[in-house]
Design a protein around this ligand. Structure first.
Ligand code: ADP
Ligand code: MG
Length: 370
């Protein structure tokens, strides 16, 4: 069993707090992605799990062992670094065998393991080459093969695909996902690429400024971001945010924008009662608005500024008096810039956001679930 439990982890560099009271629990054999912008503390947290930088406070458990103060070699982990960290003066075979030799594994076992992982990664014909004779994608495979050869229960990967070009990254993403699904390792995978996170993770921990803002399944992080930042960081285009004022009419709540009222879901009434008359943000994904070329009941009239035919969708840019929105429509929804269209905001697709804290305003039931 290799459940990983991080409790109240704090890591400082001088006065700077790089990891700020992070708690995270990862199930045995789960694949968890740490996602966040550059500098948010992902590598620092991963290195702490690896034992490559001791925490200032907090604990890390792997299985039922407290590894907080153990050196890396005693943690039963293997790691793939962003830089690959493969040795240029060693042949591919020796690079892959490196960790096993450090562990004084028997020669015949080393040969077997190197053979097996190099087949898995389709580099079995290159074992006699030097890394300098290989492409970026192949070098990346050596780094992964070396980590897998150790067969540790915990696999830590720090942006393993970030040095590859876009096409190769796409290919390796699916390949790595299927490869790892066949292993029994518990994996923490670091990336700043939200698509990679959505496509690979069993769960995603979204980090910002050393803290985890949301930890949940990809669809839930995407559909119901817990924070303004999460909605804006995940998704292409990011979630739209519209400044609105909360109003109450005959016991029902709605969002006032440009003289128009967008109805709130009934289950939001209690939560929104605390915001009556206040400005909040209404978050909605580009694909969740219903666009029409003819007037619709309960729809906001808006002017189309830009239309981008993207093949699988037409992406419209529209402006309210204060905000710019992206609206995704069917590829045969043709309009010209300057035309008026009508937009409907389905109540169950709206996220309400506290303007001061950035936190989602949610029904109490959702808070209980979290
Ligand atoms: N050894 C170090 N000394 C000082 N500051 C560091 C050190 N390592 C990381 N930092 C700082 O800590 C923050 C988080 O870094 P890092 O964990 O590498 O972020 P990420 O991997 O999310 O891009 C950054 O602001 C970085 O400059
Ligand atoms: Mg990093």
């Amino acid at each position: 069993m290799a459940k990983i439990t991080i409790e109240n982890a704090v890591k400082k560099f001088g006065d700077f707090v790089a990891v700020n009271d992070v708690s995270l629990s990862i199930e045995d054999q789960e694949f968890v992605v740490l996602l966040g912008p550059s500098g948010c503390g992902k590598t620092t947290l991963l290195r702490a799990v690896a034992g490559l930088g001791l925490l200032d406070s907090g604990n890390i458990m792997i299985g039922d062992r407290d590894v907080t103060y153990l050196p890396p070699k005693d943690r039963s982990i293997s790691m793939v670094f962003q830089s690959y960290a493969i040795f240029p003066h060693m042949k591919v075979f020796d690079n892959i065998a490196f960790g096993l030799r450090m562990q004084k594994v028997k020669k015949n076992v080393i040969r077997e393991r190197v053979q097996r992982v190099s087949e898995l990664l389709h580099i079995e014909s290159m074992l006699d080459r030097y890394p300098s004779q290989m492409s970026g994608g192949q070098r990346q495979r050596i780094a992964v093969a070396r980590a897998l050869a150790i067969e540790s229960k915990v696999l830590l990967m720090d942006e393993p695909l970030s040095n590859l070009d876009a096409l190769l990254r796409l290919e390796m993403r699916a390949e790595l996902k299927s490869l790892l699904a066949g292993l029994e390792a518990t994996t923490i995978y670091v990336t700043h690429d939200q698509i990679e996170a959505l496509s690979m993770g069993d769960r995603i921990a979204v980090m910002k400024d050393g803290e985890i803002l949301q930890y949940d399944h990809p669809t839930r992080v995407y559909d119901t971001p817990s924070h303004h930042f999460v909605g804006g960081f995940i998704g292409n285009p990011p979630m739209n945010f519209v400044s609105v004022r909360v109003e109450r009419h005959e016991g029902r709540y709605s969002a006032r924008v440009d003289g128009f009222n967008i109805e709130a879901d009934d289950n939001m009434s209690d939560a929104l009662s605390r915001y009556d008359g206040k400005e909040v943000l209404l978050g909605i994904r580009a694909e969740n608005m219903e666009a029409s070329k003819t007037p619709l009941d309960g729809a906001l009239a808006v002017e189309v500024k830009v239309i981008e035919p993207l093949g699988s969708q037409n992406l419209l840019t529209i402006n309210t008096s204060q905000d710019t929105l992206k609206v995704s429509t069917h590829p045969d929804f043709f309009v010209d810039p300057g035309e008026t269209i009508w937009l409907r905001f389905p109540a169950n697709k709206i996220r309400w956001i506290d303007k001061d804290t950035g936190a989602a305003i949610t029904p109490d039931i959702e808070k209980l679930r979290a």
